[in-house]
Design a binder for this molecule. Structure first.
Ligand code: GLP
Length: 332
């Protein structure tokens, strides 16, 4: 196990937000990153889209931010740039651009000494290696930061409920994953020879579907995986559903559950092969009130999906660290 870092505490997040919001006129809280780090910011963007009345939000892959400067990127914006290792060049560039354009820059990383932090005004440090809950630690600390920002800038009615959820979610994840291995092994056996798996979800968990498809399946297992929004499935992609077509469906416990359940019903009706990871199976509602539960689905599903990916990697004899290009080619 790798050494873990001293992570930023909630009190430190609160102090940071107090300091940032001394400045009047903050109108945007934007999120930038690459790959898994970008998709792990999706729940914070979703949270703000749902809850904010006036605070604007955006989520961009770093080079789009770098090459197509959005008009919001000025003194009125707080730009959060995340990179697990803190060495991804497009993300480092984004911190520099954001700084040069006058934004307040918050770097989010596992490595506080990394280059990513050089142009940052503030740094949020998160763990990653010590438990399944830490696989969602980046998402959690950025959500904490976003809830504090929203509360400070325009007020947030469900602030107390979200604090209760933050306090309990890590235990829910670490407890939840204890019972997952048999189902994960079954999934691994069932899908080990598939060259394509459709990955579907909705709400805040759409970002987890995106990261599962792009990074766990395509990058780390070399299995093609189109990612589909549960609401969009019925507007095109369902034409690909046939007897035996392989799907992975993340079901939310929250407002968009209906969208996911409708997909499941259709998949079963046409005898597709579907594995469901359902947030309701892990007692999310024991710590999350209905007003905030939507934002915590991605955290539990990220922890559980990691076990599924590890089992798949074992059965396929294809380690999650195996690459053909990444870390092998210098120029691209
Ligand atoms: N292949 C990796 C991805 O798996 C990773 O998500 C991304 C961002 O890495 P980091 O979070 O360290 O910036 O970099 C590479 O593209």
């Amino acid at each position: 196990m790798q050494n873990e870092v001293q992570t930023t505490s909630l009190v430190e997040v609160q102090q940071m937000v107090q300091s940032i919001t001394k400045q009047q006129g903050i109108s945007t809280l934007a999120f930038v990153g690459c790959g898994a780090s970008m998709s792990e910011l999706y729940p914070a963007k979703y949270f703000l889209e749902q809850e904010a009345h006036s605070l604007r939000t955006a989520l961009l892959t770093a080079n789009e931010f770098n090459y197509a400067r959005p008009n919001f990127a000025d003194e009125s914006a707080v730009v959060v740039v995340a990179s697990l290792g803190g060495t991804t060049k497009e993300s480092i560039e984004a911190t520099k651009n954001a700084h040069d354009w006058g934004c307040t820059v918050v770097a989010v990383t596992h490595n506080p000494d990394a280059k990513l932090t050089e142009a940052a005004d503030y740094v949020l440090v998160h763990s990653f290696f010590t438990s399944y809950a830490t696989k969602a630690a980046k998402t959690k600390v950025v959500l904490e930061f976003s809830a504090e920002m929203l509360n400070a800038v325009e007020g947030y009615d469900n602030y107390d409920a979200i604090q209760t959820a933050f306090a309990g979610i890590d235990d829910v994840i670490n407890e939840g994953v204890k019972s997952v291995t048999p189902a994960a092994k079954e999934f691994a056996q069932e899908y080990k020879d598939d060259q394509l798996i459709y990955t579907i979800s909705s709400g805040a968990t759409f970002g987890t579907a995106y990261s599962t498809a792009n990074f766990l399946f395509m990058e780390m297992q070399w299995i093609a995986s189109p990612v589909i929004h549960s609401g969009e499935y019925f507007h095109g992609p369902f034409e690909m559903t046939n007897n035996g077509t392989p799907y992975l469906l993340f079901m939310n416990d929250g407002k968009t559950r209906h969208l996911d359940a409708r997909v499941l019903e259709f998949l079963q009706r046409f005898d597709a092969r579907v594995t469901v990871i359902d947030a309701k199976d892990y007692g999310l509602d024991s710590v999350c009130a209905p007003t905030v539960i939507d934002y915590f689905n991605p955290l539990i599903i990220t922890g559980v999906m990691r076990v599924y990916a590890e089992e798949l990697a074992k059965v396929r004899n294809h380690p999650l660290t195996k690459r053909q290009y990444m870390w092998k080619l210098e120029n691209y």
